[in-house]
Design a protein around this ligand. Structure first.
Ligand SMILES: NC(=O)c1cnc(N)c2cc(Br)sc12
Length: 317
């Protein structure tokens, strides 16, 4: 490798590491000015040596052309929807049915239900190759170019594996407030909430607009069979995805009883306003995959999971 090739390789490595720390771990290891200076050095070197541009270079996130529309994508595995619970009785009934089916020897994983747009991300040999919306659960839209602009979406995984993951793209509360304030100054219509703003941003035909909206994502499952990766449960899967370089929400808890689940719900009902992003509920899943398989699915959703929905907030007029 000559000097320029070495410097480009080093800048890609550094920017990938700094970007992961900042956007995925929410734990910056260099100042923004240092990151920007290295990024501009890489942009200049790539402009002078286009044959040395890495496909997963951070400069390639906002590369897509404006498109006339989005291609349709048929999901390899349907993207599920969850049945809902609205109160303690619903949750106890969910728990009772599970105990009736598989006995008492099981545990739950509880997670925050992110209020955004469900997405699917596909990786071939560790490289991000396609991203899509959930759509109707079977057919979604190819929004790869827009999803590449989300800094928390890894362009290359820490292992060269082929995997499809699912998660939620969302707009942090602060980004939402800044966006609506800008739109108000420009006399534009305001977005009603961060979910609509995130969906509207990812439906933009020009990736430069999506890139300007400061979206993020949490990844919370895979498409297909977790056991194919030697993983036996959902909690273990979330740790595995984190290890690959995906952003996963850290506010998850292993619960060994429905009382612990109810306490988790109460905790986050109170703490919800202090989160940097909107949540609309709590997702409760039986942890072990073998027990999920035993419980199976209804026509619409898994029997081994439920989404507790927070009561609709009083709109003060
Ligand atoms: N952690 C999770 O499983 C999770 C988080 N946030 C969401 N909006 C959803 C939706 C489904 Br379907 S699962 C899930």
């Amino acid at each position: 490798m000559n000097e320029i090739e070495q410097r480009i390789a080093e800048l890609n490595k550094l920017l990938h590491e700094y970007g992961h720390a900042y956007y995925v771990l929410d734990n910056p290891i260099v100042a923004d000015s240092v990151y920007d200076q290295l990024l501009h050095e890489l942009i200049a070197l790539e402009e002078a040596n286009p044959s040395l541009i890495y496909p997963d270079s951070p400069t390639q996130r906002v590369g897509g052309a404006v498109v006339a529309g989005f291609k349709k994508v048929t999901h390899d595995y349907p993207m599920l929807s969850l049945s809902n619970a609205f109160n303690e009785a619903d949750i106890r009934e969910f728990d009772r049915k599970i105990r009736q089916a598989i006995g008492d020897q099981f545990s739950y994983v509880c997670e925050l239900k992110i209020d955004g747009l469900a997405i699917s991300l596909k990786y071939d040999n560790g490289v991000f190759v396609q991203g899509a919306t959930r759509g109707d659960g079977v057919i979604g839209e190819d929004i790869t170019a827009n999803l590449k602009t989300i800094r928390a979406v890894p362009l290359r995984l820490k292992e060269p594996i082929t995997i499809e993951v699912r998660g939620e793209a969302y707009m942090p509360k602060r980004s939402f407030e800044k966006l609506n304030s800008l739109r108000a100054d420009n006399g534009e219509e305001l977005f009603a909430n961060p979910r609509n703003a995130a969906a509207g941003s990812l439906r933009q035909l020009d990736p430069k607009i999506a890139a300007s909206r400061q979206l993020s994502t949490f990844i919370y499952s895979i498409g297909g069979d977790g056991e194919a990766y030697g993983i036996d449960g959902h909690g273990e899967m979330l740790d595995y995805l984190e290890g690959l370089g995906f952003p996963s929400n850290k506010e998850r808890q292993h619960c060994t009883s429905i009382e612990e689940v109810l306490a988790f719900i109460e905790k986050w009902t109170d703490n919800r306003p202090h989160l940097a992003y909107e949540i609309d509920g709590i997702v409760i899943k039986v942890d072990r995959y073998a027990q999920q398989d035993e419980l199976g699915y209804t026509a619409k959703s898994p029997r081994w999971a439920i989404a507790y929905k927070f009561p609709a907030e009083e709109v003060v007029t």
